[in-house]
Design a protein around this ligand. Structure first.
Ligand code: HEC
Ligand code: HEC
Length: 384
């Protein structure tokens, strides 16, 4: 797998993407990891957090309530397995953190197969999806103190490395919440690998050792992580000058608010200043990528492609379009696509190419216009 050199990031992103697609995009079906893995409806399940097939356009770690009722359907009692799967915390002191290990290299591979379409090359974020690393701008390990979420002019942007005070949050968050449309599908080792890759992207050290491309993370090393913002996340309320410290902290609104307001200027209308743009997935979203996404669109022609657009759809679009949980029109949802076609096929193709609401330009890929057309045609045909 491609080795990471931060100076090469920009020029390398095209190579990585090309490599990703020529490799046919590793499809990671949930692998049977822990011992308690069981089978439901023919699908491998993990940790009792079951992944069910799509039924009526819905899927998730819960079984769809199939009871036919009119009016409201109130769901059902969760199974013991489901409760056990969600009733898991990983605490800063290591409580709840399972044994396991994973390397930066494995993490990068999983990332490219399951995360890059939303979080961008090397965690650059964009299109409303959060950045996970700050690339070269990260130098000096500046942090966002006092839970500010937007940076000042020279400040770091809010990413895992600059913001979160404890690494345990990262491990738990990735396993419980990511990949977004397929939560609870990562094994413990995969989660260690992804965490290692996140640390690598954030140029972090563990016990004085840089988490470089060859690093292998395990439970023991994980517990030695000191987050750069550990001491800066909350104002210090201990110690002899605690009272003064807390007062000083609250006397400066930008310490706890997202935007800079001079104490004398109380804002009552139109308070959302230029500096405090909120990233939304539905409208607008972030348009600047860091590092910039590649503009190279040509990809080698794949051999043995049968149904035009199908493979690209499966490897690059299905992650969001498999159901409507991401706000995307679900493939197979006749009504949704019938409505879209009202705009004209050319218009929706253009939207798919240029980006539209939560739809990242080209779905975050380097697919050519022709390949995008095939993928969109495939989606339309599969939704008739
Ligand atoms: C379909 C889109 C999608 C995919 C795929 C996806 N994510 Fe996310 N991710 C999101 C969204 C949206 C959020 C923000 C969620 C929120 O704030 O409620 C997020 C948040 C995160 C965060 C928290 C960031 C922060 O600093 O608050 C981490 C870490 C993360 N994702 C890691 C991953 C990893 C690792 C993968 C791959 C295994 C992955 N994501 C796959 C959409 C996605
Ligand atoms: C990160 C998630 C994501 C990925 C990956 C993604 N889409 Fe989308 N897509 C969306 C969302 C969300 C919408 C709905 C946008 C809206 O209505 O605001 C959408 C909408 C669309 C539309 C309808 C546009 C319109 O005019 O309403 C098309 C066509 C489309 N996507 C095609 C694709 C293709 C082709 C790919 C793969 C190359 C792809 N998408 C990958 C999230 C995604």
């Amino acid at each position: 797998m491609f080795k990471l050199d931060r100076k090469l990031i920009v020029s390398a992103s095209a190579v990585t993407i090309a490599a990703l697609f020529t490799a046919g995009c590793v499809k990671s079906e949930a692998t049977a990891g822990p011992a308690e893995a069981t089978y439901a409806n023919g699908k491998v399940t993990i940790d009792g957090g079951l992944y069910y097939p799509v039924v009526d356009g819905k899927t998730g770690p819960y079984l769809v309530n199939t009871q036919k009722q009119s009016g409201f359907t109130y769901g059902r009692t969760p199974t013991a397995n489901e409760i056990a799967a969600w009733d898991k915390d990983v605490m800063p002191d290591g409580t709840g953190l399972p044994e396991g290990s994973g390397s930066v290299e494995e993490g990068e591979e999983i990332y490219e197969a399951q995360c890059v379409m939303c979080h961008g090359d090397f965690g650059s974020g964009g299109g409303g999806y959060p950045a996970l690393a700050q690339g070269n701008a990260y130098e000096g390990q500046k942090t966002l103190t006092n839970q500010r979420t937007t940076p000042d002019k020279d400040g770091p942007i809010r990413v895992f490395g600059t913001y979160w005070p404890q690494a345990s949050t990262m491990w738990w968050y990735i396993q419980s919440g990511m990949p977004h449309p397929k939560t609870k599908s990562l094994s413990n080792d995969e989660t260690y690998a992804l965490t290692a890759y996140m640390l690598n992207l954030n140029q972090m050290e563990i016990d004085g050792e840089l988490v470089d491309d060859d690093y292998v993370l395990d439970r023991e090393k994980f517990l030695k992580i000191k987050m750069p913002n550990e001491k800066g996340f909350e104002p210090n309320i201990d110690g002899p000058t605690a009272l003064e410290d807390v007062r000083a902290y609250y006397s400066v609104p930008e310490n706890f608010g997202a935007q800079k307001v001079k104490p004398s200027e109380r804002c009552m209308t139109d308070c959302q200043k230029e500096t405090a743009k909120v990233a939304t997935i539905q409208n607008g979203g972030i348009s600047d990528f860091l590092p910039p996404i590649s503009v190279v669109r040509d990809l080698p022609v794949e051999e043995g492609e049968t149904v035009a657009g199908k493979d690209d759809y499966e490897s690059s679009c299905a992650v969001c379009h498999v159901d409507s949980s991401m706000g995307a029109p679900a493939v197979g949802d006749k009504a949704a696509w019938e409505k879209l076609k009202g705009k004209g096929v050319d218009a929706i193709l253009a939207n798919a190419i240029n980006g539209f609401g939560g739809m990242p330009p080209r779905g975050g890929t380097d697919l050519s216009d022709a390949k995008m057309k095939d993928a969109v045609d495939y989606m339309i045909n599969a939704s008739k």
